[in-house]
Ligand binder design. Sequence first.
Ligand code: CA
Length: 233
Amino acid sequence: MSARILIVEDEEALALLLRYNLEAEGYEIETVSRGDDADTRLRERTPDLVVLDWMLPGLSGIELCRRLRARPETKALPIIMLTARGEESERVRGLATGADDYIVKPFSVPELIARVRALLRRASPERLADVLAFGDLELDREKKRVSRSGREVELGPTEYRLLEFLMERPGRVFTREQLLDGVWGSEIYIDERTVDVHVGRLRKALNRPREIDPIRTVRGAGYALNDRFGKTG
Ligand code: CA
């Protein structure tokens, strides 16, 4: 699964340049030119990383960053802030607001790509691993096999992708809509109830009587892997 990056940048030429080059690197790119639109978009769907311009119409990059950090779903979302020369003294403020990294305009595209790659690796080493482990669960991507406490678990293709998606981002809460986007793909129209059906099947396959359910239902929000399960398991 390729990482999704949201670019929030009001300079159209720069946004295009970044989109073109990051897509060439295999990332899935979406661009938004206004801060308030980005805020709306980020409530609908959480990407894997945000490239965020400092000065934006609608809502500033700093304010947006502050809002993202205040919400549990985007608290740990990797953010690279773009600042113009002369705003450099304000870097500190940017980082204090919660950006993970910043880059000063004008910058070279390869430099930005390197930062993106480094930040994604740091944020989710799981993305690159062949074997994902969480508590007593193990998912082997090479062999497409799942086991719990060493016993093989039979999963359908959708349940497998669902578990893989959750294990790549342990602890993060996903709405049904985000799971539909991430597991089924945004181009397919499926009812959100479908997610519940497949989560139910996944649970049934994973859990034996008296075993802890690794999947947490977050009331009014969606689903996540259970943090406590990961630690104690
Ligand atoms: Ca700008």
